[in-house]
Design a binder for this molecule. Structure first.
Ligand SMILES: [Zn+2]
Length: 405
C-alpha cells in the first residue's frame, strides 16, 4: 500500500525564489494545457493528448521568447503538472458517468491559490543528502525537519507551500502491513453533527479542546479581518493571521483524526462506517460544508490504518436506513426529524439514543456482531410480570429492559 509522509521544509531565500519560479512555471503549463483542451472542446476538435501537449507546451515552448523561462525549472515538474490536469479531467469525466461523486470541470490555477505545489518523480533525480537535506533539481539542498523516519525509499516528493507561507515535503512510500494482536472487539461508527463520532459501544466523541480553541481563534481572526479597510496594510497583516489560524486548525484537526483513528483500529478487529457521500446529501448544505472535509479525511485514515494493521474496514452503502431501524427488535420505524435525539420504538417500546442506535445499525449492516444494549437510554429493570399487571399508571408503552433480551 502507498502512504504519504509529510515533513516541514525550510528553504533559504534563493531556494524560496527558485521554488516560486517552479510553482509559477508548473501553473503556466497547467493553464496552457487546460486552455488548449477547452478550445478543442469548444470547436469540436479531437481532445489533445498529453504527449502532444508535452511536446507543444514544454519542449517547443521553451524555444520561444514568451516561454523561454520554462527552461529554468526541472522539466519533470512541468510534465507532472500535465499529469495533474489529466487526473483532474479523468475525475471530472468519471463524475459525469456516475463512476464517482460529481466533480467540477478542471479550473485555471491562479498565483493567488492558497496551496502551491510541484512534484518531483524519480526521473527528476531528487535525493536526500547524507547530511539530511532534500536535494531538488534547480532548487538546491533544502533543510528538512525529519519528525519521523521513512520506512523505505520514497518514489516521489511533492513540495507544497500552504496559505500560511509554510513549506512541506510530502513523500509517497510503499509500505507493507504490520500485525497487531487480535481482539474480539468490533465497532460501528456514526459520524454526526452533535458529536464528532458516536460508537456502537455507547462512547460519544467530541472534538478535543485544542481543536475547538484553534477554531475559536480562527473565527476571531476572521472577524478582525472583516473590519479592516480594503487595500490597507493592516488588512494584509490580518489576512496572514487568518491564513496562519487556518493552518493551525487544519493541523489540530489532522492530529485529532490521527489519534482517534489509531485508537479505533488498535482496539477493534473491525470497524464499520457509513458511506459519507450519502450522509452529506441527507443533511443541510451548511452542515455538509462544515463537516464533510473532516469526515472524509478521517474515514480515509481509518481505511489505510485498517489495511496497514490487518484490521477489517467496512463502508456501508446508501440504502441502509441506519437511523430508522430499531436496533433492539429490527423494526423499521420511519424517518425522524434531526432534532429528535431520543426516540421510542413503536414496535418493542425500547427507548433509543438516536446516534448510538445508528452506530449499532452501521456495525450490523457490515455484518459485525455488536450488542444493542448501549443504545437504550432508559432500560427498565422491572420484572416482566409487574409490567403485565399494568403498574404503569399512564398506560404508556412499556420500556424493554436489558434483562428481557
Ligand atoms: Zn424496537
Amino acid at each position: 500500500m502507498q502512504l504519504r509522509y509529510g515533513f516541514r521544509l525550510y528553504p533559504n531565500g534563493p531556494q524560496r525564489a527558485a521554488l516560486a519560479k517552479a510553482f509559477g512555471c508548473a501553473r503556466v503549463v497547467y493553464n496552457d494545457a487546460l486552455r488548449a483542451r477547452e478550445t478543442a472542446r469548444a470547436t469540436g476538435e479531437a481532445f489533445p493528448r498529453t504527449g502532444d501537449l508535452s511536446k507543444l507546451l514544454i519542449t517547443e515552448a521553451k524555444l520561444t521568447d514568451e516561454r523561454a523561462w520554462l527552461g529554468e525549472v526541472s522539466a519533470v515538474v512541468l510534465q507532472q503538472s500535465l499529469r495533474d490536469l489529466d487526473t483532474a479531467y479523468r475525475n471530472f469525466f468519471d463524475g459525469l458517468k456516475g463512476r464517482r461523486p460529481h466533480m467540477g470541470a478542471p479550473r485555471f490555477k491562479s498565483r493567488k491559490d492558497n496551496r502551491q505545489a510541484v512534484r518531483f518523480t524519480a526521473n527528476a533525480r531528487w535525493k536526500i543528502t547524507p547530511g539530511g537535506d532534500l536535494s531538488l533539481p534547480k532548487i538546491g539542498d533544502v533543510r528538512v525537519t525529519w519528525s519521523r523516519t521513512l520506512p523505505s525509499v520514497p518514489s516521489s516528493v511533492t513540495v507544497i507551500k500552504d496559505a500560511a507561507g509554510r513549506y512541506f515535503a510530502s513523500f509517497v512510500i510503499e509500505t507493507g502491513t504490520e500485525a497487531l494482536a487480535e481482539t474480539e472487539s468490533v465497532v460501528g461508527i456514526d459520524l454526526g453533527l452533535g458529536h464528532f463520532a458516536v460508537l456502537s459501544d455507547g462512547t460519544k466523541i467530541d472534538a478535543p479542546r485544542f481543536l475547538r480553541r484553534a477554531e475559536k481563534k480562527l473565527k476571531k481572526a476572521q472577524r478582525n479581518l472583516s473590519r479592516k479597510a480594503k487595500g490597507s496594510s493592516n488588512r494584509d497583516k490580518a489576512r496572514i493571521k487568518v491564513a496562519r489560524a487556518h493552518a493551525r486548525v487544519a493541523d489540530a484537526r489532522r492530529e485529532f483524526h490521527h489519534r482517534l483513528s489509531t485508537r479505533l483500529i488498535r482496539d477493534n478487529q473491525a470497524v464499520a462506517v457509513e458511506d459519507l457521500a450519502v450522509k452529506g446529501l441527507a443533511r443541510t448544505r451548511l452542515a455538509k460544508s462544515v463537516h464533510d472535509a473532516g469526515w472524509s479525511a478521517f474515514v480515509a485514515m481509518l481505511e489505510y490504518k485498517a489495511t496497514k494493521f490487518g484490521r477489517g474496514f467496512h463502508r456501508i452503502g446508501r440504502f441502509e436506513p441506519t437511523s430508522q431501524v430499531c436496533c433492539v427488535c429490527g423494526v423499521k420505524d420511519g424517518p425522524k426529524p434531526l432534532h429528535l435525539r431520543v426516540w421510542e420504538c413503536q414496535a418493542c417500546g425500547a427507548v433509543l439514543d438516536r446516534d448510538i442506535n445508528a452506530a449499532v445499525n452501521v456495525a450490523r449492516a457490515a455484518g459485525l456482531a455488536v450488542s444493542a444494549c448501549r443504545a437504550q437510554v432508559r432500560p427498565v429493570r422491572v420484572p416482566a410480570q409487574r409490567v403485565e399487571a399494568g403498574t404503569h399508571r399512564d398506560g404508556r408503552t412499556t420500556v424493554v429492559g436489558i434483562t428481557s433480551l
